[in-house]
Write a protein that binds this ligand. Structure first.
Ligand code: NI
Length: 205
């Protein structure tokens, strides 16, 4: 009996010491803010960029303050995703009517080697003329794509040619330049329009 009681006391006191150590470590972790990243995950989409439009004019994120915009990353040699998306955005701009004047629709090339301002200007003649093509140096393009967490990759083709893989979503950005939502590739036309109207109204997506 006495031996058992002694064992219990030892267990109880070692548990108390362990609890005190754990509590102390947690208190220290809180004090140093180590737990903050776990409780407040933040992933920022969007941010500063400085590019050149298809007219040759410079366009930076700060030029867009006060009006919502959409951002799509692609390239003019794209066989399907880009022309489809740009055609669908053209349809949406027409359906929005006068409201569309409040919206900037941006098409950023991830293939600046081929997509010069002139190449973009000629390509965009097939779509709504309000769509703005953007190009820049490889570093400028990489910086913009990274800020939007857009995926893109150059893929070599037979005969020395190449194509690009890229994120197919359209990013919706509010008047403050903050991320608002996305339009998925081949989203239903009425959903696409609804999302754009919400973006223009400044209500949650
Ligand atoms: Ni594409």
């Amino acid at each position: 009996m006495n031996a058992d009681a002694g064992k219990w006391r030892r267990r109880a006191s070692s548990s108390a010491i362990l609890a005190a150590i754990v509590f102390g470590l947690l208190a220290l972790a809180c004090a140093f803010g180590l737990l903050q990243p776990l409780s407040q995950p933040t992933v920022r989409i969007g941010g500063p960029f400085s590019l050149t439009s298809h007219t040759g004019a410079k366009l930076a994120d700060t030029d867009l303050r006060g009006q919502p915009f959409t951002m799509f990353f692609g390239f003019t040699h794209c066989p399907e995703v880009c022309p489809t998306t740009l055609w669908e955005m053209s349809q949406a701009l027409q359906q929005l009517g006068p409201e569309a004047d409040q919206l900037k629709v941006l098409f950023v090339t991830v293939d600046p080697e081929r997509d010069t301002a002139d190449a973009l200007a000629s390509y965009l003649q097939s779509f709504d003329r309000r769509i703005i093509g953007l190009t820049g140096s490889p570093d400028e393009i990489r910086a913009a794509a990274d800020r939007y967490r857009a995926y893109w990759r150059r893929i070599a083709l037979d005969g020395g040619d190449y194509t690009m893989d890229h994120t197919a979503s359209v990013f919706l950005m509010d008047a403050k330049g903050d991320f608002f939502g996305t339009i998925a590739y081949e989203e239903q036309a009425d959903v696409r329009l609804d999302k754009l109207r919400r973006l223009l109204a400044g209500t949650g997506s």
